[in-house]
Design a protein around this ligand. Structure first.
Ligand SMILES: Cc1ncc(COP(=O)(O)O)c(C=O)c1O
Length: 391
């Protein structure tokens, strides 16, 4: 029997990072010592206290039953308390907080709740690829919004034509930004919220890197008065708590949207394992001990990696946060050619900027999520290349 896949499904390309994992594995299978800086998967082990808490929680029979789709009360309360401490914001744990199986899950599902076939979603270019996923599943259309280096990789809202803004249902953004490392100020969020209300566009701000900031603490869009009418914000323990494998994220903000995500999820999944939710809640309650050393580590890596690249003639804007360096090599080349050159001659795998969107062409994204010795060995190998000669 010939399987005919759906029109929406046929639009999917292989997920960029899966492809990069495959390339690194294939090169390693040939016996090469490949250092992969392609994927943002923190190398730092999860805090021992969180691990101990999880081990104890796994033994409790009560945790072996189905969890509650929107997250258990302990984690929703820990999330609400965390936002109170971190941003001075009060969220109702039942109505304005939903726990996700990693933020990627909620990000991919949100468009299904708010978009009808043919509806328009604004997505930054370059972008985190999952924003497109839900739009494709919902049968929606994408309008790319350029993030240009000259604007600090923030969208120029005035450049979005009114006819596009008025038609758009949803706008995904993420700051501190993947892939560019750019940060956004509260003033930018104020302008964005004004714009969103004027055009009736829902803002989905993805704060997966919110605590990997290198200057002032990254603000929340929900700190803008009235933002809750138009916005939700996604969070994750994957990067800041080095818990990428545990699959916990959350969404907060506009109650109607959070409840819609919950009811969608009730029909799709049953929430994450309670033992892991309880361990994550413990982690959030111990934020001040766990997260600052992680932030310091990534800040130190960013400083050293950027300085090394700059000395070797790479062109870059220093990241304000995240775990990424977004840079152009000393000679102008297509992203894929730079990545292939580094893989072939330096055994270093980076992510091609063009994989994040057309505006990423020419750039390369390095992830700082390898142990220091490997990261700096990769830097040594890359900076030893003669880019003008292409070797
Ligand atoms: C911008 C951004 N948002 C969300 C995610 C997904 O994170 P999670 O592990 O919470 O699903 C990632 C992961 O790389 C990311 O870069």
């Amino acid at each position: 029997m010939k399987i005919k896949f759906s029109r929406n499904f046929r639009q999917f390309k292989p997920f960029l990072f899966e492809e990069l994992y495959r390339q690194a594995a294939a090169e390693r299978a040939k016996g090469r010592d490949i250092i992969s800086l392609a994927v943002g998967d923190p190398d730092i082990p999860t805090d021992r206290g969180i691990v101990a808490r999880a081990a104890a929680e796994v033994k409790k029979a009560a945790n072996h039953r189905y969890p509650n789709t929107k997250g258990n009360a302990a984690l929703r309360k820990a999330v609400a308390d965390w936002h109170k401490r971190r941003h001075g914001l009060v969220f109702h744990p039942s109505d304005e907080v939903s726990i996700l199986i990693g933020s990627k899950e909620g990000i991919a599902h949100l468009p299904l709740a708010v978009m009808d076939p043919g509806d328009l979603c604004l997505i930054p270019d370059p972008t985190y690829p999952t924003y497109r996923t839900g739009v494709v599943l919902a049968g929606g259309r994408v309008h790319d919004v350029a993030l240009e280096e000259k604007n600090g990789f923030l969208p120029d809202l005035a450049k979005i034509p009114s006819r596009v803004a008025d038609k758009a249902k949803l706008f995904f953004l993420n700051y501190p930004n993947n892939p560019t490392g750019a940060d956004a100020s509260l003033d930018f969020y104020k302008e964005l919220v004004r714009w969103a209300k004027k055009h009736s566009v829902i803002i989905a701000q993805d704060a997966a890197y919110c605590d990997l900031y290198f200057g002032e603490p990254a603000p929340s869009i929900l700190q803008v008065p009235g933002a809750r009418e138009a916005a939700v914000e996604f969070y994750s323990v994957s990067k800041t708590y080095c818990m990428a494998g545990w699959r916990i994220g959350w969404v907060v903000g506009n109650g109607e949207l959070v409840r819609a995500i919950n009811s969608l999820k009730e029909n799709i999944d049953s929430g994450p394992f309670n033992a892991i939710q309880n361990a994550a809640a413990w982690g959030l309650d111990h934020h001040e001990r766990i997260v600052p050393p992680v932030r310091k580590k990534f800040a130190a890596r960013a400083e050293k990696f950027c300085s090394g690249l700059e000395k070797a003639g790479w062109r870059l804007r220093r990241p304000g946060g995240s775990c990424f360096v977004w840079a152009r090599p000393p000679a102008d080349m297509k992203s894929i050619d730079s990545v292939c050159l580094m893989l072939e001659k330096a055994a270093v795998l980076a992510a091609p900027g063009s994989g994040f969107g057309r505006c990423g062409e020419g750039y390369v994204r390095f992830s700082l999520t390898e142990p220091d010795s490997r990261l700096y060995e990769a830097l040594r190998r890359i900076t030893a290349l003669d880019w003008k000669a292409g070797s």
